[in-house]
Design a protein around this ligand. Structure first.
Ligand code: HDL
Ligand code: ZN
Length: 424
């Protein structure tokens, strides 16, 4: 075939170039469209005060020094403290710390100056819209999916004022953890929003909670419904979570024709003094996901787990259920050594029928390093796999390699949520 890639060197170069330039749909982030105002975090001080870096910095404080000493600092003072601790007094070798430098480098700044105030000047003259355009272009991002929480009063107000769907690059996902994990606090909140629910599991509660989900999926035009749960989530079982899933959430997802995203394995606030950085990973039960996929073969499930130990079994489970789409190297797994391991065995077990990565970005510029690093790893895994085919006489064409990469970096997601692929 005319467009085949014949030599090994040429193959490697073409795969890298294709992965590097394929536009990405980032299907799970904590970013917000510009119309959400201050909910969108961006800029060097936000990058430095990312909760991953807060946790790493506080490891260098004395065990008898109160955490409040850090928390009482202003945002810029916290950023300066983190810069001093993690970048100057110690080398920024961690994924999150080195990522900040990758952002500065990619933005064309003089990383070697090590001058935080010089870096700050680069952001001073930019608007959010300008920075979104610049970062999307540098990171090769076409679309991002937000994490939209109607239980957050600030965000709720924006949606009720009719905002939220102005920038077409930002898509919504309805996040409803409190329904499963904090029902006692969710009930009064739902009341405040006009839904006649009660803590007791009555027909009215079921109907009103379904109405809540329907209203918000439609208001947001949400691509999927999402929850995170601790690793002790079990199914089937006689408990509140199973009732909410069986009698409210699955029926709502099926009525609305959207996938249900399960993010399992987080133990929240093991150290509350660390605030957002205080959450922990824990082992999960893959057989509970198996039971859900088997019970609801028509319901699509997007699933990611937080413990490294669950990843291979989850990938094998995806071989058994076509309604299960595994996604991303979530949170503490989004580090080079594990992304490499997970991407390789997912390709070896699932071929290209999975979503290898999401960024989970909280600060806009993180898209640059989170995707820069993942693209490198995905390209090296794919190169090794295509080379292996070539050695036995199967040469993938340029078009086939392009198709496979587009599947992994966006099209698998859009097909799974049943929407036409943007730009097609
Ligand atoms: O629950 C989640 O969606 C997690 O991604 C948390 O937001 C976590 O704090 C995080 O930012 N992980 O990357
Ligand atoms: Zn997240």
């Amino acid at each position: 075939m005319a467009d085949t890639v014949v030599s090994g060197k040429e193959l490697e170069a073409f795969v890298r170039q294709t992965v590097q330039k394929t536009m990405i749909t980032d299907m799970h982030t904590h970013l917000y469209a510009p119309e959400f105002g201050s909910l969108l975090l961006w800029g060097i001080d936000e990058l430095l005060t990312y909760h991953y870096l807060v946790a790493e910095t506080l490891r260098w404080t004395e065990v008898d020094s109160p955490y409040e000493q850090f928390w009482s600092l202003s945002k810029s003072q916290q950023a300066e403290y983190i810069w001093r601790k993690l970048f100057l007094e110690h080398s920024p070798l961690s994924e999150a710390a080195s990522g900040v430098l990758q952002v500065l480098h990619t933005m064309g700044l003089d990383v070697g100056s090590r001058d935080l105030n010089e870096y700050r000047k680069q952001w001073a003259s930019r608007t959010p819209q300008q920075q979104i355009d610049a970062v999307f272009q540098l990171a090769g991002i076409r679309d991002v999916v937000m994490t939209n929480d109607p239980f957050d009063p600030n965000e709720r107000e924006l949606w009720l004022d009719g905002r939220g769907k102005e920038d077409p690059r930002f898509h919504a996902a309805l996040r409803v953890d409190p329904l499963l994990n904090n029902w006692d606090t969710a009930v009064p909140e739902l009341h405040r929003m006009g839904y006649q629910v009660e803590a007791a599991w009555t027909d009215q509660t079921i109907k009103e909670t379904q109405r809540f989900l329907r209203d918000w999926v439609q208001r947001m035009d949400a691509l999927y419904m999402a929850v995170s749960m601790p690793g002790d989530f079990r199914y089937p079982i006689e408990d509140h979570r199973a009732r909410m899933i069986d009698e409210v959430m699955i029926p709502a997802c099926q009525e609305l024709g959207i996938p249900f995203a399960l993010m399992i394995g987080v133990r929240r606030q093991v150290n509350p003094e660390l605030r957002l950085a205080g959450d922990m990973s824990m082992l999960s039960d893959v057989s509970s996901v198996e039971a859900l996929c088997r019970k609801y073969p028509q319901q699509k499930f997007l699933v990611t787990m937080l413990a490294r130990e669950n990843q291979h079994e989850l990938a094998v489970l995806a071989r058994k259920f076509r309604n299960l789409m595994v996604f991303g190297c979530w949170w503490f797994l989004n580090i080079g050594s594990i992304v490499k391991e997970m991407t390789a065995f997912r390709v070896e077990l699932l071929g290209t029928s999975m979503i290898p990565q999401h960024s989970d970005a909280r600060i806009l510029e993180q898209l640059i390093y989170k995707w820069g690093h993942s693209r490198e790893i995905i390209a090296s895994v794919l190169t090794e796999k295509y080379s292996r085919l070539q050695r036995v006489g199967w040469t993938a064409s340029r078009e086939e390699i392009k198709r496979d990469v587009e599947d992994l970096l966006g099209n698998n997601f859009w097909r799974f949520v049943g929407k036409t692929i943007p730009g097609n």
